[in-house]
Every structure is written in C-alpha cells, then in structure tokens.
Design a protein. Structure first.
Length: 145
C-alpha cells in the first residue's frame, strides 16, 4: 500500500512540475505576442443609443468623430498607437477634466496610416495643435474602419 501511495504522490508532483513549466513557457509567449500587436487606443468619451444625443454631446469636443458599432454611437476624441502618446493624452484629458474610456482595437491598415501623425502628436504641446492632430487621425480612422 505504501508503494502505491508513494507512486501516486510522485506522479502528482511530477505532473505539477510539468504543468508549471508549461504554463511558464506559454505565459512568456503570450506576453511577447501581445507586445508585438499593432494596438490602437481610442479615447472614447461617450456611448449613445440615439444619434442625435451623440451629435449634441460631440459638439462640446474640439476633436471628435461619431463611430457606430452595432446599435451604439460612440464619441471618440482621439486615438494613438504609441504608448508615450497614450500617456500624454491621458494627462491632457485629466487636466481638462474629461472623462474617457480607452478602447483598444487592432487594425493594421489604420495603424500604418496614422503612424506618421504619432511624431507630430509627440511634439505638440499646445491644445489647438493636439486637437488638430487628433482630428486628422480620427478622419483617417473613419476612412479605413
């Protein structure tokens, strides 16, 4: 009986060791793949069921598009592919007391098209310039989405 008990415990420990090593290896690959993705971060400030409500709300924003998904109209004020610009926009919108939600999408075509605007956004410090760059990227987003 002791032999079987030792054998069962040994098999469980060996299985746990293999499971741990497998998980550790898979986890590294998932993290690497996630970093390789061409992420686009949308700064969404509102979701509406009614287009008129979305239009009324969007009038308050300096840069904006209304993007329809399913039965909802989403008001987007900017987007970026760059992590530094994402942090810059987070700080910018916090300073302006604008509540937002960051929606992450993947679209290679849009990613490639707006990539040239990322450097402009990095260098922009004035509110008007930031909003103009954001509006240009939003227009490209609408064109290719």
């Amino acid at each position: 009986m002791k032999k079987y008990f030792k054998l069962i415990i040994g098999a469980i420990l060996l299985g746990a060791l293999f499971a741990y090593l497998f998980y550790k290896d898979i986890n590294k690959e998932v993290i690497a793949l996630e970093k390789e993705k061409d992420n686009i971060y949308l700064f969404q400030v509102g979701v509406f069921k009614n287009l008129d409500n979305a239009n009324n709300y969007a009038k308050q924003m300096a840069s904006k598009i209304i993007y329809q998904t399913d039965d909802f109209y989403r008001v987007i004020v900017c987007l970026t592919t760059d992590d530094d610009n994402k942090e810059k926009l987070i700080n910018y919108y916090k300073e302006n007391n604008l509540n937002y939600y960051i929606k992450q999408i993947n679209n290679q075509t849009i990613f490639n098209k707006i990539n040239k605007y990322e450097e402009l956004l990095k260098k922009s410090t004035k509110e008007k310039a930031i909003n103009e760059v954001c509006q240009n990227m939003l227009n490209i987003f609408l064109t290719y989405s």
